[in-house]
Design a protein around this ligand. Structure first.
Ligand code: PLP
Length: 353
């Protein structure tokens, strides 16, 4: 292991003089702010919306850090974790020279942002049990591999990756290991946040879009060493998290109990739905899930998908995805929604025999 962040940062980013906003140049308390060309009279909304928001979102990050057992300096907030993925690739991967590794079937945005940034990606498929193929990964890494994206619990398969495998990569790969924990709150696995002190190459992604129920706010986070976070802060758009998102997220963080109650309910519903599906003889397989969805294998995935669409129920058809042939990914709904879904699947099964 020979990790040095300076070997990873793109040259132009190392040399970059970041934009210095009015709020960067004056940070103290004052009575009169005439430095940012804001509308001094106010706004049609609440008065403070005329002012630019805190570019580094310190109040919000302090509150998040308290809940996540980390420090505000170890957090970068993004306009969804999708922005976090984009910033990572842009900071560390030289277009047309460097590459990233992804492990399909997995979240599609790693590949999309590699493509947008003209960065090559190597696909090292998961094993049929949806675990990492360590030998293939070792073979795929080359001198230009800057980043390996791991998703645990994985989308669309729902399972968590084996911790020993992730640790093996963290211990042996000199680039960044990005662990996407979008679904961690639905899992019994512990977050890798606790391992940050041990691994300078570890980067964790989390989001407010799933367990927190705030997909509309567009708020995601990167949690990593202060060295890595500083590089990302240098290149992020100055005001990437808007004021209303910052305020609403602060409010949401005061209701941790409510969120935990929803998580418990969704996990219970997930187990009920998995059981209901596994009791249908027509269902070939229900994959174990640590997330707020289940992956099920059926004989006629396209037929069932279209049947459900006709009934007004939309699931995700993953049957053309590698290792997911014949599979539908079903988000856990409310109890009533899940009951209706199972009834419709039963009707479909009866109509096809
Ligand atoms: C849903 C999801 C995200 C969340 O993206 P946001 O931009 O934060 O909404 C990130 N990673 C994975 C694997 C997901 O499934």
């Amino acid at each position: 292991m020979n990790f040095d962040i300076n070997n990873l940062i793109r040259d132009n980013i190392k040399k970059l003089k970041p934009y210095s906003s009015a709020r960067d140049e004056f940070k103290g308390e004052a009575r009169v702010f005439l430095d940012a060309n804001e509308n001094s009279l106010g706004s049609p909304l609440t008065r403070w919306y005329n002012r630019y928001p805190d570019p580094l979102q310190w109040d919000l990050k302090k509150k998040i850090a308290g809940i996540k057992a980390t420090q505000p300096e170890n957090i970068l907030l993004g306009n969804g974790s999708d922005e976090c993925i984009d910033l990572l690739i842009r900071a560390f991967c030289e277009p047309q020279l460097d590459n990233i590794i992804i492990c399909p079937p997995t979240y599609g945005m790693y590949e999309v942002y590699a493509n947008i940034n003209n960065v090559a990606y190597k696909a090292v498929p998961l094993t049929p049990a949806f675990q990492l193929d360590l030998e293939a990964l070792e073979g795929a890494v080359d001198a230009a591999t800057k980043m390996i994206f791991l998703c645990s619990p994985n989308n669309p398969t729902g399972n968590s990756l084996y911790r020993e495998d992730v640790e093996m990569i963290l211990n042996n790969f000199d680039g960044l290991v990005v662990v996407d924990e979008a679904y961690i709150n639905f899992s019994r696995q512990r977050s890798y946040i606790k391992d940050l002190a041990e691994y300078p190459n570890l980067v964790i992604l989390q989001t407010f879009s799933k367990a927190w129920g705030l997909a509309a706010l567009r708020l995601g986070m990167t949690i990593a060493s202060t060295e890595i976070i500083s590089v990302l802060n240098k290149i992020k758009p100055p005001y990437n998290i808007n004021q209303s998102t910052q305020e609403l997220a602060m409010k949401a963080l005061d209701n941790l109990d409510g969120v935990n109650t929803m998580i418990q309910e969704l996990v219970t519903e997930r187990e009920n739905l998995a059981k209901a599906f596994s009791e249908l003889s027509f269902v070939e397989k229900v994959y174990p899930s640590d997330a707020n969805f289940i992956l099920v294998k059926v004989p006629d995935a396209n037929g069932l998908y279209n049947f459900l669409v006709e009934k007004g129920i939309i699931v995700r058809n993953r049957s053309s995805v590698l290792l997911c042939v014949g599979c539908l990914r079903i988000t856990i709904g409310t109890e009533a929604e899940n009951r209706e879904l199972v009834e419709q699947v039963k009707t479909f099964a009866a109509s096809t025999v």
